[in-house]
Ligand binder design. Structure first.
Ligand SMILES: [Zn+2]
Length: 281
């Protein structure tokens, strides 16, 4: 891939402690790989200051602030006020990563940052964040695990999000895609899902409308299969740590899946990314 192709990562977590030891190098290397902007998603009150600091010192880092469902049970009483303050202090910031997660209700405790919150609590927290996004006219990034029918129902109940929203790392069901598109959804392609053993060669991304496609790594999460990793970072106690430079692998895989060439795909994604998240100057 030509290094000059402009690439945009719609969803990752540069502030994640797992990247701490590599961060200084990554901040130099990612722009040199053609990565023009990334949306770095906060997940709880405790990591919002790190997201804000990264965005303040690097114009290509778009901040996003949100309370992720995995952190709902540990939220401080004033979390919503602090979220609004963070969003007001960063006029280009998005709301995310937010959503619903049924998987955590039965997940091993060691995989989670704390006790799982029931879906009713998760939904209440999500509705507060969606209302704030609508009021402040911000894009939203949604996380959903084993819960998309309920998430779609919730999106239909709340005021429509004027800026639209990103459905991150979506792997189905495909039948919900038209309804999500009607509500203003964009979908970000994650190569860890597309390249996992047993994945269909042609998934939902082969058929999505061109103006709703984005690309993401979710780094340091969602590492690619070992033989597809173009860039690596030292593994930690939980396994492989996804290097955000693997965004290039995702672009190439998506181009193959859609039967398009990389420069055309890069131009399409750049336009979509700017429409949803704004233009980085
Ligand atoms: Zn994420």
């Amino acid at each position: 891939m030509a290094v000059s192709l402009p690439l945009h990562d719609a969803h990752l977590h540069l502030q994640d402690p797992r990247l701490e030891g590599s961060l200084a190098t990554l901040l130099d290397d990612l722009p040199a790989l053609g990565i023009r902007s990334v949306v770095t998603n906060g997940t709880h009150v405790g990591d919002w200051p790190a997201v804000a600091a990264l965005a303040s010192s690097h114009r290509w880092i778009i901040p996003s602030f949100g309370l992720h469902p995995w952190w709902v049970s540990q939220r401080p009483r004033d979390w919503a006020e602090r979220l609004e303050q963070a969003l007001l202090a960063h006029p280009l910031a998005a709301v995310g990563e937010v959503g619903l997660d049924r998987w955590i209700l039965t997940a091993p405790a060691a995989r989670l940052p704390g006790p799982p919150a029931p879906l009713t609590d998760q939904a209440e927290v999500l509705q507060t964040q969606l209302a704030l996004a609508a009021r402040l006219d911000r894009p939203v990034t949604l996380h959903g695990l084993r819960v998309w029918p309920e998430l779609l129902a919730l999106l239909r109940e709340v005021p429509r999000l004027p800026r639209g929203f990103l459905v991150h790392a979506y792997s189905g069901p495909e039948t919900l895609v038209p309804a999500l598109l009607d509500l203003g959804a964009y979908f970000s392609y994650n190569a860890a899902l597309a390249l996992r053993p047993g994945a269909a060669a042609s998934g939902i991304f082969a058929h999505l409308p061109e103006d709703r496609i984005l690309v993401e790594t979710d780094a340091p999460a969602m590492p690619l299969p070992r033989d597809r990793q173009q860039f690596t970072l030292p593994a930690d106690g939980h396994g492989d740590v996804n290097h955000p430079g693997n965004l290039r692998v995702a672009y190439a895989a998506l181009a193959a899946e859609r039967g398009t060439d990389l420069p055309a795909l890069a131009a399409t994604v750049a336009a979509n990314h700017a429409r949803l998240f704004g233009v980085v100057r």
